[in-house]
Design a binder for this molecule. Structure first.
Ligand code: SAH
Length: 253
């Protein structure tokens, strides 16, 4: 069996219990070496064979996994965070489907959750934002025009921006052109949950300068929105007046 496993955002104890068990029993592990914490590999069994996909093509990765599966091996494909975001797993899953090989996915903690923890932030605050936009700037991978940062910015929802640390001047211009005020709170979270994690609070118009001053060039997530520092309304759910399925409130619904 082949399992795509989310390794979590960095800290070696932020993989799921299921993911850890899969690592401990795998005969072959193919891990995304550019971002997965190598300490996680300490959990492998003695004769497990490890490949670093950062040095491999899709064809080479698939060769290892397909041949391993034909030999009846347990295979873990270890992706950073949760594999559903910018993980390039669809092309691997489609390949396996064509070869009629069964696979499963074990989710992981995405780095946008790791970043929220580092910031002690709640991305959804009543009266401020009830939505989180997960996006990126266009790089070598294009982003459809209808999903431009500028168009998303017009919603003033909380935004978590992946894969864009090298383009912060452009990012801040796009956010402002889309309607965010330049002094909207923002944060750069470098290597969230890793021992070397760093958090920089700033504003949209100082994103690029903050990154430059602190020499942050990659492995960072940008978080933008008034949830990072703002007045908000308390939740309805825990309000004494509010009736829920589990608790009768002071006021009739
Ligand atoms: N599937 C991953 C994202 C992979 S794309 C997930 O769910 O998190 C790689 C990008 O994710 C990086 O460029 C960076 O923007 C972000 N990233 C991954 N790990 C991170 C971490 N620990 N801290 C901050 N950003 C991280």
């Amino acid at each position: 069996m082949i399992t795509f496993v989310g390794a979590g955002p960095g800290a070696e104890d932020l993989i799921t219990v299921r993911g850890l068990k899969l690592l401990q029993t795998a005969d072959i592990i193919v891990y995304a070496g550019s971002l997965v914490n190598p300490e996680l590999l300490n959990n492998k069994k003695e004769n497990c064979i490890v490949y670093n996909s950062a040095e491999m093509t899709l064809e080479e990765v698939m060769d290892v996994m397909v041949n391993g599966d034909h030999e009846g091996k347990e295979i873990v494909r270890l992706h950073t965070g949760d594999p559903c975001l910018y993980g390039a797993i669809k092309e691997q899953m489609d390949w396996l489907m064509r070869e009629q090989i069964k696979y499963e996915v074990c989710p992981g903690v995405s780095s946008f959750c790791g970043a929220a923890a580092a910031l002690n932030a709640e991305y959804t605050l009543p009266g401020i934002s009830q939505s989180v936009i997960i996006t990126r700037m266009a790089g070598r991978t294009p982003v459809p025009e209808r999903e431009s940062i500028r168009s998303f910015a017009s919603h003033q929802a909380t935004m978590t921006i992946f894969l864009s640390t090298g383009m912060l001047l452009e990012l801040q211009k796009e956010l402002i052109a889309g309607g965010y005020s330049p002094d909207t709170p923002a944060a750069i979270v470098y290597k969230a949950t890793w021992p070397e994690e760093k958090v920089y609070h700033c504003t949209i118009d100082s994103l690029a300068r903050t990154a430059k001053e602190n020499d942050i060039k990659k492995i960072a997530l940008i978080v933008v929105g008034r949830v990072l520092n703002s007045e908000y309304q308390r939740s309805e759910l825990y309000h004494p007046d509010f009736t829920t399925e589990f608790r009768k409130g002071r006021k009739e619904p």
